[in-house]
Design a binder for this molecule. Sequence first.
Ligand SMILES: NC(=O)c1ccc[n+]([C@@H]2O[C@H](COP(=O)([O-])OP(=O)(O)OC[C@H]3O[C@@H](n4cnc5c(N)ncnc54)[C@H](O)[C@@H]3O)[C@@H](O)[C@H]2O)c1
Ligand SMILES: O=c1ccn([C@@H]2O[C@H](COP(=O)(O)OP(=O)(O)O[C@H]3O[C@H](CO)[C@@H](O)[C@H](O)[C@H]3O)[C@@H](O)[C@H]2O)c(=O)[nH]1
Length: 441
Amino acid sequence: MRLTVIGTGYVGAVHAACMADIGHEVLGVDLDPERIAALAAGRPPFFEPGLAAMLQRTVDTGRLRFTTSLDEAARFADTHFVCVGTPQLPDSGAADLRHVEAAVDGLAAQRTGRGDEPALVVGKSTVPVGTADRLARRLRVTAGHVDIAWNPEFLREGCAVQDTLRPERIVAGVRTAHAEARLREIYSPLTAAGAPFIVTDTATAELVKLASNSFLATKISFINAMAEICDATGADVLTLAGAMGADPRIGSRFLAPGLGFGGSCLPKDIRAFTARAEELGLGESVAFLRQVDEINTRQRRRTVDLAEQVVGGSFTDRSVAVLGAAFKPRSDDVRDSPALAVAEAVRRRGAQVRVHDPEAVDNARACHPALQFALDVNKACEQADVVLHLTEWPQYRDLDPAALATVVRTPAIVDARHTLDPDAWRSAGWTLRAPGRPRLG
Ligand SMILES: NC(=O)c1ccc[n+]([C@@H]2O[C@H](COP(=O)([O-])OP(=O)(O)OC[C@H]3O[C@@H](n4cnc5c(N)ncnc54)[C@H](O)[C@@H]3O)[C@@H](O)[C@H]2O)c1
Ligand SMILES: O=c1ccn([C@@H]2O[C@H](COP(=O)(O)OP(=O)(O)O[C@H]3O[C@H](CO)[C@@H](O)[C@H](O)[C@H]3O)[C@@H](O)[C@H]2O)c(=O)[nH]1
């Protein structure tokens, strides 16, 4: 089938490439001409495992093309996936829907009437519950020949290609049988391979996305709240999480304690959900999400405080090495990165900070020009008074503690992600501290 993908960021670029890979003819659209030029040459504008090869392959077959023209998109296909950003508004925390509205209105206005069937606009962006209904009411006034559906995206950065090709579920929020049939046809290669296809109304589809992210965020903050209790009582949060997770009703996934969640989704989505609930007069129903957010932010401060304790109570004249800048491993995305928030706070408290990351240094430097960056771990750790392990890239787990001990000034490390082997580091002469694991200290 022919389809377009409007917005070619982390979601849109992956969706476009995967849809072409499963056999569709796809036109990707973005306002950013540099991004479009890179994609058209088969180069992803960000790091995502597996994407570069897939992009090159699908561009070479001719099934995937790119443009900056919405007009061309409207003429090219009858199905348009909207994957534009829905960032957080600065004051209220609500979702900024400007880009979604511009894309949907633009498509409706430029629709030139291909055949009798209405064009189908499929939202993939994360939006407040009720958005599709509101857009549909608006479109009925301007363009009765456009149908709207919501098909929220659940991919995780770092494994986005696999998540798209083998999704745990496809949620199709539709208003018409025609929209359902079209989405079933588009996703048939994935459903034939076993992906569940859940059909619902658009409001429920929008809510599945917000409720899922809120639940995941709550799980992470729950275990981090337990880490605080562990620090005060001598209990061990890793053993606790392992024992809790062994109960299948609880499950061990998303129960990893440490520095908490960041990125472009969980933090902004719980705030946008709270803002929407308050708008509906239902603030109390999700009041716990404010606590989830607060617990999460507190983990950043706790990590800074722990590091300050390790260097003797003050960062003044101290040199701090930071391992990790991306908000999670296998990504170069630094949006709301907990690691960079900690690095910046440590710098503001007077330390000299040098940050290493395998993929995210360029993005990090652009947002945090006052931090220093190093392209290899040894350079970052040279003469450091403490090393902070803040993003759990697998290569950090494989570091040789004995060799690194010869590079730093003081062999002290804070493992805020709990993926280093404490015994290996301590037997190489390091002091290793980790939040929620007071007995290590
Ligand atoms: N990043 C993720 O892992 C992820 C996963 C699931 C859902 N989401 C949601 O998907 C949406 C997109 O997220 P993202 O991370 O890909 O955003 P992004 O900022 O990486 O990309 C958005 C792209 O849309 C383009 N754009 C904006 N307005 C446009 C317009 N009118 N026409 C064409 N292009 C336009 C921008 O230039 C940009 O390239 C958000 O709602 C987000 O919450 C993100
Ligand atoms: O047990 C855990 C799991 C994750 N994290 C942190 O939580 C954040 C988010 O991680 P993850 O959810 O894996 O990454 P995202 O790519 O942000 O994906 C989330 O947000 C996307 C955008 O909405 C959704 O599509 C995904 O389903 C949802 O997992 C990262 O900072 C992780 O370090 C933890 O601290 N502990």
